[in-house]
Design a protein around this ligand. Structure first.
Ligand SMILES: Cc1cc2nc3c(=O)[nH]c(=O)nc-3n(C[C@H](O)[C@H](O)[C@H](O)COP(=O)(O)OP(=O)(O)OC[C@H]3O[C@@H](n4cnc5c(N)ncnc54)[C@H](O)[C@@H]3O)c2cc1C
Length: 301
């Protein structure tokens, strides 16, 4: 019996379809539902196929579908096509200024080739607890738009999307079409912090913060952490604690402690649960400090 590793270059045969419209993607999915998988950048799926964790008979390449690509602002809301690459998203007009934590989560993503191939939809649908864009999208109250073969559409808030490692609320007949981010308010500051073993690795712990600073107090706050529970998660206790307070050494320490109490990490090849618990608090503290500074005077708006 051999051990499967990521160095194997032989993969099972599969059929590839390359539709050029969302309608055609949904048609393909409907006709071939069993044994069919959607393929975006392939940076997760092809690895899983090589490791023989999945053996799809057919792949539907969604990277030639205009409806799934690119970014637009509609009524102040940023809409990002699900097949938009991490690199394109990071460099999108206004993204770094208005959604700083999201741009930073893209910057922290592995290496340039992975950023160019990997997509935002793939990062979310793969549903890793360590998906780097997820905490930042939580922080901005992101939602995903899903289209189904039978013609229905639904929008799911991101904090209801993940169910467990590798599992989401998406059905097999659905395609993620876009990620939607509400307009940010004046006085918003945000930051993303990633702790990895080496620069180009998956997160051991990640944290994203978005806050609105008004009259030198936190008027609104979102805190999310990654790789410290079965899914990326909001740190609600710390969020509630900070509402209406000033950011200083004491409130930062209290918020960090609240985060440490809320997370439920595991020990695995990358880290221990004790390390992850402690560093989740530290990462949130750092992200809060940076977001607070950036929110001063709303200079990044
Ligand atoms: C070397 C390496 C380094 C990595 N580093 C990082 C890192 O630093 N941070 C990080 O978060 N991730 C990292 N990853 C993981 C991966 O690159 C990301 O999760 C990436 O965003 C996946 O996107 P993709 O387009 O390649 O997804 P794919 O592999 O094409 O798809 C992933 C899953 O999502 C499904 N899917 C894709 N798009 C859709 C859609 N529109 N609708 C429905 N289902 C869809 C696919 O069917 C598949 O199940 C790394 C991977 C590698 C190989």
């Amino acid at each position: 019996m051999y051990q499967t590793t990521n160095t194997r270059i032989i993969v099972p045969e599969f059929d590839v379809r390359q539709p050029t419209s969302l309608e055609a993607v949904l048609r393909e999915l409907e006709h071939n539902a069993k044994g069919t998988r959607l393929l975006a950048g392939g940076t997760d799926l092809l690895v899983q196929i090589k490791l023989e964790r999945t053996q799809p008979a057919r792949l539907i390449d969604i990277t030639r579908v205009p409806e799934l690509m690119g970014m637009a602002v509609k009524d102040g809301m940023l809409i990002v096509g699900a097949a938009t690459s991490i690199r394109t998203l990071a460099n999108g007009v206004g993204v770094r200024e208005r959604y700083t934590a999201l741009a930073e989560s893209c910057d922290a993503f592995s290496t340039v080739p992975v950023m160019i191939m990997g997509t935002i939809g793939g990062n979310l649908c793969n549903a890793s607890p360590a998906a780097d864009t997820a905490p930042a999208l939580f922080a901005f109250d992101g939602a995903v738009e899903l289209a189904s073969c039978e013609g229905s559409r639904r929008t799911v808030p991101l904090d209801e999307f993940f169910v467990g490692p590798g599992r989401t609320v998406m059905r097999e007949d659905e395609v993620m079409v876009a990620v939607r981010l509400p307009k940010t308010a004046a006085g918003t500051g945000s930051a993303f912090v990633k702790i990895g073993r080496v620069a180009a690795d998956i997160s051991k712990v990640s944290a994203a913060v978005k806050l609105v600073r008004k009259d030198d107090r936190v008027s609104e706050c979102r805190i999310a952490v990654g790789a410290v529970a079965a899914t990326p998660m909001r740190a609600y206790t710390a969020e509630q604690y900070l509402a209406g307070r000033r950011i200083d050494a004491k409130t930062l320490a209290d918020a960090a402690r609240a985060v440490e109490e809320d997370v439920k990490p595991i020990t695995d090849v990358r880290s221990t649960k004790e390390y992850r618990t402690h560093v989740a608090g530290v990462a949130v503290k750092d992200a809060l400090g940076a977001a607070w500074q950036r929110a001063r005077g709303g200079e990044r708006q």
